[in-house]
Ligand binder design. Structure first.
Ligand code: C5P
Length: 420
């Protein structure tokens, strides 16, 4: 499988601890896979590895001091935290975890971690007693609830001579965790408590709204082990769900089978087939806004076998197909249940805008997001998207952006249309 790392920007925070040397190895492994690495070394980290070795491996300067005028002039800590695709803390000490859990910001690393809007992955390393201490475990539970991803620690012999959990994961394990983290939405939705606090945050345009999103492909069974599917990864739909959540909405995400984690705080309803998806959508109603981004299979096998079809028993099987319900058209044409704003997608391999215009009328939706999914576009399964917004008001074409950026822009646009 090809790596997701080429061109990705990783901001690595190296904490203090004997395992800090593995942070150096991690930089090498990431760079040889095509990622850009920028590093922040904490004061404690400097006791274990030198800024010079970190800088030699990243090929960049190393950032150490919050109050450095030259650092801030070249790249401020806020900008640094937003510029990355992912923040990684390795090794994450008990102290760093405690600061992150409490929102303490008293040095460059902790300030950057508090200011970021990107996903954070931590690889803890500490003495086994420190790891098992209720205070550390409380902090970890809090961080997980806040959407922070973890890798490790591993069990084993520690530098201090004790044995148990607390060893930093191996660099290649951390690389694999980074790849997994990058495969999903990479920005952090605002926490539920903040989203509900509308008077304090009038900037949340979808506060109080219920947004329903469909995403991913559907799997239509041929027999109990085989199915018809398509190449949809669900990334765009999941990013939209995360962006709607961050805009203050209550979000229900009805998803076909995908390899993504639902953004924390979103209500996920996993389904397999188009008919299950329709049922789940109907159950999730009423909604104020519905965004149908799923790549629903148009057809299913008429008589899916109850048993696995055996080769050679009756020659080569042939299947007759029947049309699946059109979920978008069903809901958009149902005056009683129709959300006030209905958005559809049109994935086309040619005449993208023309087909989308026809679909807008046929399906009865307010807006169609049309995109080119020809194999050359790399959109299906990829990280980027170039969309055209087709509505009764005309066509608007947006530049090529990553799917998270498309999702945020789309949610802002939809919030305006919904009059929020
Ligand atoms: O007709 P086509 O599949 O191109 O339409 C795409 C749009 O319709 C997408 O928004 C998709 O989620 C929705 N759709 C649906 N149910 C189907 C087929 C498509 O909701 N059976």
């Amino acid at each position: 499988m090809s790596s997701i790392l080429p061109g990705k920007r990783i901001l690595l925070v190296i904490g203090g601890g004997i395992a800090a040397y593995k942070g150096l190895e991690l930089i090498r492994r990431l760079r040889e896979r095509g990622a850009d690495v920028r590093a922040i070394l904490t004061k404690a980290g400097e006791a274990f590895v030198t800024p010079l070795s970190v800088s030699a491996l990243t090929g960049d300067k190393v950032y150490t001091d919050l109050f450095s005028l030259t650092d801030e002039a070249e790249m401020g800590h806020i900008e640094m935290s937003r510029d990355a695709d992912l923040l990684v803390v390795a090794p994450a000490t008990a102290d760093l975890l405690a600061k992150m859990a409490q929102g303490v910001a008293n040095d460059l690393a902790s300030t950057t971690l508090l200011a970021t809007d990107k996903k954070v992955l931590v690889a803890p390393a500490m003495n086994v007693r420190m790891w098992l201490h209720p205070a550390t475990q409380r902090n970890i539970a809090q961080l997980k609830q806040d959407g922070v991803a973890f890798v490790g620690p591993n069990d084993g012999e520690m530098a201090c001579g004790e044995y148990g959990p607390g060893r930093l994961s191996e660099p290649l394990e951390i690389v694999a965790a980074i790849e997994r983290a990058l495969a999903g939405p990479t920005f952090i939705p605002l926490p539920v408590s903040v989203r509900l606090d509308t008077p304090l945050l009038p900037a949340l345009p979808l506060a109080g709204k219920h947004v329903l999103v469909t995403a991913g492909p559907t799997h239509e069974p041929i027999d109990p082990v085989r199915y018809i599917a398509n190449r949809s990864s669900g990334k765009q739909g999941y990013a939209i769900a995360a962006a709607a959540l961050a805009a203050g909405a209550r979000v229900t995400l009805v998803s076909g089978p995908v390899a993504l984690l639902a953004p924390p705080g979103v209500k996920l309803v996993p389904v397999e087939t188009a008919r299950e998806m329709l049922e789940a959508v109907e159950e999730a109603l009423p909604a104020d806004i519905a965004i149908f981004s799923a790549a629903v299979a148009d057809w299913r096998v008429a008589d899916a076998g109850a048993q696995k079809i055996k080769k050679g028993e009756a020659g080569t099987p042939s299947f007759s197909l029947v049309e699946n319900p059109d979920i978008l058209a069903t809901i958009a044409h149902d005056a009683a249940r129709r959300p006030s704003l209905v958005v559809g997608f049109a994935a086309e391999t040619e005449h993208v805008v023309e087909h989308a215009k026809a679909k807008l009328a046929r399906k009865g939706c307010d807006l169609i997001i049309a995109n080119d999914v020809s194999p050359e576009s790399g959109v299906m399964g990829g990280d980027r998207n170039r969309v055209h917004l087709v509505s009764a008001r005309g066509v608007e074409t947006w530049p090529d952006m990553d799917k998270d950026a498309v999702a945020r822009a789309l949610v802002a646009h939809i919030a305006k249309l919904a009059g929020a």
